[in-house]
Design a protein around this ligand. Structure first.
Ligand code: F6P
Ligand code: MN
Length: 316
């Protein structure tokens, strides 16, 4: 609770908000456990005293890179939550089975510390989480029951959806997540763009699309971190992020399970869309843990325009 110009306001915390979402207790518990884990991740990122893998700390123990440490923090918490069967992490080569299939269990795919190369230069980074009911992790993203990300920026924020609106929470001085924006909604078209990858490697369709955006006065807003870049597009409610097919990487760079599906779920539930240039990201059937796809994600009219430019390229 806090006071503002004579008024008393209640800060709605994450757990209470989740309870208003008509979801089962296990899912509430799981999301709250992930929120708890993120407090240890941000602490490690902020103090930054863990060094790099292969070096030793004061006590002669091996130190961990932040992405490896973040992975362990999250995995441990998920295992101990008691409500998770399978876990897939961008940091692991195989699916980890926390417990055998059973009623009321969930599977989680996550990117523990996206953009970790930006830690050195003190730019914003994040954690991205995708949640499915049951033990199958290789389902289309549309079957997710929840998705969220945590943005470690000047402020720490969490954005989640369980399919009933998209909501933002901000970490307060007590490290509690309290509601800051509810039912975030995107405009049909925007005026900022965040284009990933090297432009000289773009195919003709993408190059023409980016030229079209520039021609209509769209501003370049790219940080190099997927979480802050998506957060900007989502919170401003206008804009597009793309990481297209490149001439030497036809599947682009970003991973379907850990990065694209959760973000596409959030953006779609905020009224935007996400496409691989042909079909919605959420309809792509994952083939393997490392499955990558090109992505155009943001305001629906902008994404539609990208799809049209790419179709034109295919025709010529
Ligand atoms: O995880 C990959 C990542 O670091 C994303 O956070 C980011 O969007 C992308 O790579 C940036 O890649 P590039 O430097 O090729 O634009
Ligand atoms: Mn990543």
């Amino acid at each position: 609770m806090y006071r503002e110009a004579g008024k008393t306001r209640f800060q709605l915390d994450l757990r209470r908000h989740l309870r208003s979402q008509s979801i089962c207790d296990n899912l509430i518990h799981l999301i709250c456990e992930i929120a708890e884990a993120s407090k240890y991740v941000i602490n490690a990122v902020r103090t930054g005293d863990l060094g790099v893998a292969g070096t030793s700390n004061l006590y002669g123990e091996e130190q961990l890179a932040l992405d490896v440490l973040s992975d362990r923090i999250l995995r441990k918490r998920l295992i101990h939550s008691g409500v998770v069967c399978n876990i897939a992490s961008e940091e692991m080569d195989v699916v980890y089975q926390a417990q055998a299939e059973g009623p009321g269990l969930y599977s989680v795919a996550y990117d523990p510390l996206d953009g970790s190369s930006l830690v050195d230069v003190n730019l914003s980074i994040g954690t991205i989480i995708s949640i499915y009911k049951g033990c199958d992790i290789f389902q289309e993203g549309r079957k997710q029951v929840a998705a969220l990300y945590i943005l470690y920026g000047p402020r720490v924020s969490m954005v989640y959806s369980v399919g009933n609106g998209v909501h933002e929470f901000t970490m307060n001085s007590l490290m509690e997540y309290t509601l800051s924006r509810e039912n975030i909604f995107m405009e049909p078209a925007g005026d900022i763009h965040a284009p990933g990858g090297l432009r000289k490697k773009y195919t003709r369709g993408t190059e023409n699309f980016v030229s079209y955006l520039e021609g209509k006065g769209s501003k370049l807003r790219y940080s190099g971190g997927f979480v802050p870049d998506i957060n900007q597009v989502l919170m401003k409610g206008k804009g597009i992020f793309l990481y297209p097919a490149l001439k030497d990487a036809p599947k682009g760079k970003l991973r379907l399970l850990f990065e694209l599906n959760p973000m596409a779920f959030l953006i779609e539930h905020a009224g935007g869309s996400a496409s691989n240039g042909k079909i919605p990201i959420l309809d792509v059937k994952p083939e393997c843990l490392d499955h990558r796809e090109p992505v155009y994600i943001g305001c629906s009219e902008d994404v539609q325009k990208a799809v049209e430019f790419l179709a034109l390229e295919a025709d010529t």
